[in-house]
Design a protein around this ligand. Sequence first.
Ligand code: ATP
Ligand code: MG
Length: 481
Amino acid sequence: MPEPTDDAELLAAAAVALHRHADVLSGLGSLFATAGHQLYLVGGSVRDAVLGRLDTGDLDFATDARPEQVQKLLRPWADALWDTGIEFGTVGAEKDHRRLEITTFRADRYDRVSRNPQVAFGDSLDDDLVRRDFTVNAMAVRVAATGAAEFVDPLGGLAAVRAGVLDTPAKPADSFGDDPLRMLRAARFVSQLGFAVAPRVRTAIEDMAAELGRITVERVAVELDKLLLGDNPVAGIDLMVQTGMGDVVLPDVGGMQMAIDEHHQHKDVYQHSLTVLRQAIALEDEGPDLVLRWAALLHDIGKPATRKHEPDGGVSFHHHEVVGAKMVRKRLRALKYSRHIVDDVSQLVYLHLRFHGYGDGKWTDSAVRRYVTDAGPLLPQLHKLVRADCTTRNRRRAARLQANYDDLEARIAELAAKEDLQRVRPDLDGNEIMQLLGIPAGPQVGEAWRHLKELRLDRGPLTHEEATAELLSWWQARGNR
Ligand code: ATP
Ligand code: MG
């Protein structure tokens, strides 16, 4: 993105971005104009257009028409309609593969107890805009029958975009008192847009961070995901941690800020984690990877709890990957992440240290097989995490670690060429086991299966005869004939 220089340039960028949606805008504009209603493009759509990047996002509109009227106007025109947001005044629609959200002007009040807005509809755009979270999200473009018309910016949103600043339309304390989630949204926009918060916004967050505790985890998790998937999550996380929001929504992350001990023998785990996150992002090859980013951020969260000062003056963190994997599970579950995300992130954290036992390439084939099998489909992400976890400033040491990892990857490739490493399974299946041992389905079959799998991991593929002989001798050793 080129550096924007002045308003004219930003508005020109917006016009170009909006031109891609010209058909939808004029179609919708004439529907509303004919019915005598106002229609404005608002919020994230206008902000992204000004930033010249309105490619994929939904188009958000505001209108004085009430939701039922909006539905009536859209029904014959849209390709699809939905009403999941109707109690908040939002009608969703799809037209020519674009998603549109049209919301009646809001004039909410807040009860300051439950923090849920008491939804009220209004008639004026200005009242609607002043209730929005940040001035950069409170710009509008009038949509006329001919499409995008004049730019409306009563709160100085364009100047804020130019300055790269997130500020609230009204006093930050009032705004955050109405909806504390806006504080976390500030950190999310810091990550997504690369903007900074205004000093008064930062002060208000420092004072009020604890109020985030009233927000449902679902709303928190949506913002955390967007923060982590943004272009600069390190900046967003650091704002969160430094202002106290982290204590409420992700206490283990700030908890990694440990005093550097008197011997300076270990670096600050928190700063290290941010560096690993940055380095993991640099290794991404298929777009932002939520699982990898969570794993990079959280890989060392077991360290504070396992830190021990050793008699020789050193510091150790025994089994921090085991403790950390459990902490990850607990934290991500509390945020109601899907099982798949919880399992994957915690498994990556659990495995992130194993490579350090690799030394100078002395792993047996069995150890390599187990590494691949335990990582399963996470192997590409594990490779990235482990490489990113090297943050030493000592160039020779860093080069040696990367070379060792190259070596491990080469060993994996070599073994994979000889056997199907992705699917290490016993050389006999359950049916064969039952037949050979003459037993019915039951727990013993599972035990036999696991025994053969262990053998398979240790020794690689066995022939049918070898596997049969191994199975029978295991069975006899257990006292069976
Ligand atoms: P994106 O869709 O890219 O995540 P966005 O800015 O569109 O970003 P949304 O959450 O879709 O964010 O919200 C749309 C608009 O609604 C915002 O730009 C803002 O104007 C307003 N808004 C959303 N949430 C709040 C809130 N909690 N308080 C005040 N205004 C809000
Ligand atoms: Mg949006």
